[in-house]
Design a binder for this molecule. Structure first.
Ligand code: NAD
Length: 317
């Protein structure tokens, strides 16, 4: 029998690519419920799904911000069976916090964090009964390391990470896998739209220096990072396929190797100096991520060496 996969936020980007990839699996290992908040946006997915539509891929309505919508969708699946839940739906928010309303910020949390919580609350009891299942979160490297002007977005992804870290021990006991997939920059339509909107935004609610930091440092810098290191949604989908077909899926999975040193800085230097230094250089001194990462790798090696020395002194090595 194919595994039943439910994916949220499939009208575009990573969700759309992933739904199509799984539906086209040559070994026909999956039956995909590709869900989206607004069915009037289903055309792109229908087109990409091609002949898999209504065979290995079915489109359903699901708004992660609405408990009733989630329940209705899950109830409509035979036996309420979801073997693999992929929490992909998410929204971004960039800019100085003075220019963002509390409502906008709460919407980010309601989607990115409480959306995940609502989904898990709905499927977890059934998975526990069956003592099987896999829940995958499309988190972000920003769930591990904050980046300037992404304050609220990063906080929402940190919330997802903390929630999952805590839930993990319960799920392990019930033979349910939990995985945080952490992509770096992914070039989607959404990213370009956010960027263009930000360029046209009104920054009169903040001071000129902050507005300049955002427009002339942050936006230019992110553009460069996206065009040099950005992955495609298909790349990320390939990583998710890999994760869900593993016998023992790991808890964390980063999709962009270039970012691994960046997220390791915090552990290499718990006092925060390394990470802060790298991001300062990146944003204000236009250091390339590669260059800054290389420096970081050297420092991490040095730290690892120190840890080893310490362990030797204690007779542990
Ligand atoms: P996207 O905007 O193309 O996809 C997000 C999808 O979520 C959209 O289809 C949107 O309609 C949907 N969505 C929003 N609110 C919803 C709701 N209430 N209910 C159901 N669906 C809703 O962008 P994407 O890059 O494909 O993002 C997918 C996930 O990947 C997000 O969780 C995002 O945070 C994460 N991510 C993206 C990047 C990136 O650089 N693009 C990097 C790391 C992580």
């Amino acid at each position: 029998d194919p595994l039943i996969v439910l994916i949220t936020g499939c009208s575009s980007g990573i969700g759309l690519s992933l739904a199509v990839k799984l539906a086209n699996d040559e070994q026909k290992r999956f039956k995909v419920y590709a869900t989206m908040r607004n069915l009037t946006k289903k055309e792109a997915l229908e087109e990409a799904a091609g002949t898999t539509l209504n065979h290995t891929l079915e489109i359903k309505k699901l708004d992660v911000c609405c408990e009733r919508s989630i329940k209705e969708c899950v109830e409509s699946i035979p036996g309420r069976r979801v073997d693999i839940l992929i929490n992909n739906a998410g929204v971004g928010l960039i800019g100085p916090i003075e220019c963002q309303s509390l409502e906008e910020m709460q919407r980010v949390f309601d989607t990115n964090f409480f959306g995940v919580v609502r989904m898990i609350k709905e499927v977890l009891p059934d998975m526990k009964k069956r003592r099987s299942g896999h829940i995958v979160m499309i988190s972000s490297v920003m769930g591990l390391q904050g980046i300037m002007f992404n304050d609220i977005y990063a906080a929402s992804k940190f919330a997802v990470e903390g929630f999952c870290e805590s839930l993990l021990y319960q799920t392990m006991k019930f033979n349910i896998f939990l995985t945080l997939v952490e992509p770096g920059p992914v070039v989607t339509e959404f990213e370009m739209k956010t960027h263009e909107e930000a360029m046209r935004g009104d920054y009169s609610k903040t001071d000129r220096e902050t507005a300049d930091m955002f427009m002339n440092h942050y936006l230019k810098n992110t553009r460069a990072v996206f065009s040099s290191l950005g992955q495609t949604p298909e790349d990320v989908a390939e990583h998710v396929l890999h994760v869900i077909t593993k016998k023992k899926p790991q808890f964390r999975h980063q999709t962009n190797q270039v970012y691994t040193p960046v997220t390791a800085l915090k552990h290499a230097d718990p006092r925060g100096g390394l990470a802060n230094d790298l991001f300062y250089k990146l944003v204000f001194q236009h250091a390339s991520l590669m260059h800054a990462s290389l420096h970081a790798i050297k420092l991490i090696r040095w730290k690892a060496h120190k840890v080893q020395q310490g362990a030797r002194m204690l007779g542990l090595l």
